[in-house]
Design a protein around this ligand. Structure first.
Ligand code: NIG
Ligand code: FE
Length: 425
């Protein structure tokens, strides 16, 4: 029997994010395509019609649709979290406490803690445990309105453990309900066994790991942590070039701890995204603005590390760069799954407007994952990924912080989170 269509009607505010098919830049970021008393008609997981409730109710399918009145909700596309390190074995609350006492992230890393402490644990952790923990976190993503999650490997740092992580990502994606986008981050840091010969590790990544990951079809993107204490731009270039040859698209962690030239390298290699960017200068901003590389800002990492240098979001937007926002969910620098919290930080700490932050967390993030033809906006033909916040006005999404006001989340038209059990079907 055919599944009945679903009509979400009388949305207090419906943020459609309809607009140009290209990356949103400059003043376009502020245009959310808001419809008051809006409606979305969904069939077979796709959006059939969007508009005012009166107009959508006249659609031929609307009469036999299951109907849900979203009177008390602001409704928007599900968040696209385009940068996470979901597959990790345990928190690093011990290092959190050390940092509060004055140790820096870099110093902890030099002493063998940081990323390497997570690597040691992940290698010992049974795959089933990694899977169960990640699955539990994914449910939390959905509770906060997220429907798509990019996931990086990078805590294995040998072939077996990197494949083990990416296989967990594949299984979670296949099982659903969230959509996962896999990224190979074998070049996160140099593992201890290669400490004295880092170039040999680069060769291992290029010659063995990338071809194996590609042969198993385990990653769509390849990322490199290009920074002090990690990989140089020259090493990143070798790795990313090899990944491109194997059919992967590119992303980069760039200019987080120091300015090393990673952002420019990303532009030169036509990376889909360069991420962090706290240390970029004016000339980098001009280069990024002229490119189609998305600037993915991660204010959660700055906040959690207790730092004060946020990425220059205003200057990027004003120069015409395409800005996205993501959580960077990871145990070292950003232990949060909450995109609403990231929006709060983007607004208060980087002076993005609520509308700009919402565009950055939906349509531009979808672009950075090469999925903007399907995700990130509510338009006929797009996938029915949306969420409802019990609020009067979309600006209240970042305004209220520390309380989750997302009440329901749909993936492909199905409720994957429904706090009050109201979504029919
Ligand atoms: O994006 N900067 C590199 N990678 C992560 C941190 C990973 C960790 O500390 O475990 C980040 O901030
Ligand atoms: Fe990261």
């Amino acid at each position: 029997m055919a599944v009945r269509p679903l009509l979400i009607a009388h949305c207090r505010q419906l943020l459609t994010l309809r607009g140009p098919r290209e990356l949103r830049r400059g003043s376009q970021l502020a245009e959310l395509g808001v419809i008051r008393d809006g409606a979305v008609l969904i069939r077979n997981g796709r959006i059939e019609a969007v508009g005012s409730t009166r107009a959508v109710e006249r659609h031929p399918l609307a009469r036999r649709a299951l109907k849900f009145s979203a009177k008390s909700y602001v409704v928007l596309p599900g968040f696209v979290d385009s940068h996470t390190h979901l597959i990790f074995p345990a928190s690093r609350a011990d290092e959190y406490e050390q940092r509060i006492a004055g140790a820096t992230y870099e110093r902890i890393a030099r002493r063998g803690g940081g990323i390497l402490s997570t690597v040691r644990k992940l290698r010992r952790t049974p795959v089933q445990r990694l899977y169960q923990q990640a699955r539990a976190w994914l449910a939390e993503f959905a509770v906060h309105g997220t429907t798509t999650v990019e996931v990086k490997s990078g805590y294995g740092l040998n072939l077996a453990a990197e494949l083990k992580s990416l296989e967990v990502v594949r299984r979670l994606h296949r099982e659903g309900p969230l959509e996962l986008v896999p990224t190979f981050l074998g070049a996160h840091v140099v593992p201890p066994e290669y400490r004295r010969r880092p170039q040999r590790y680069v060769e291992l990544v290029v010659r063995r790991m990338i071809p194996a990951v590609a042969a198993h079809g385990l990653a769509e993107f390849c990322d490199v942590f290009c920074d002090h204490g990690a990989f140089t731009p020259a090493q990143a270039r070798l790795i990313l070039t090899a990944a491109r040859v194997c059919g992967m698209e590119l992303r980069l962690h760039a200019e987080q701890l120091a300015r090393t030239g990673g952002a420019r390298l990303g532009v030169e290699l036509h990376a889909a995204s360069v991420d962090h960017l706290e240390r970029i200068n004016r000339s980098d901003i001009r280069t990024l603005a002229r490119s189609n590389t998305v600037c993915t800002l991660l204010p959660g990492a700055v906040f959690h590390l207790g730092k004060s240098t946020y990425a220059p979001a205003r200057a990027l937007i004003e120069a015409g760069a395409a800005v996205a926002l993501a959580t960077d969910f990871n145990p070292g620098t950003a232990p949060t799954v909450s995109m609403p919290m990231i929006l709060s930080l983007a607004c208060t700490q980087m002076r993005m407007t609520p509308a700009e932050a919402i565009s950055a967390a939906t349509i531009n993030a979808a672009h950075s994952l090469r999925r903007a033809d399907r995700l990130g906006s509510l338009e006929p033909g797009r996938q029915a990924d949306l969420c409802g916040f019990e609020l009067c006005d979309y600006r209240e999404i970042p305004y209220y912080f520390g309380t989750n006001l997302c009440r329901w989340t749909l993936k492909r038209g199905q409720a994957i989170y429904d706090a009050d059990g109201q979504i029919p079907g």
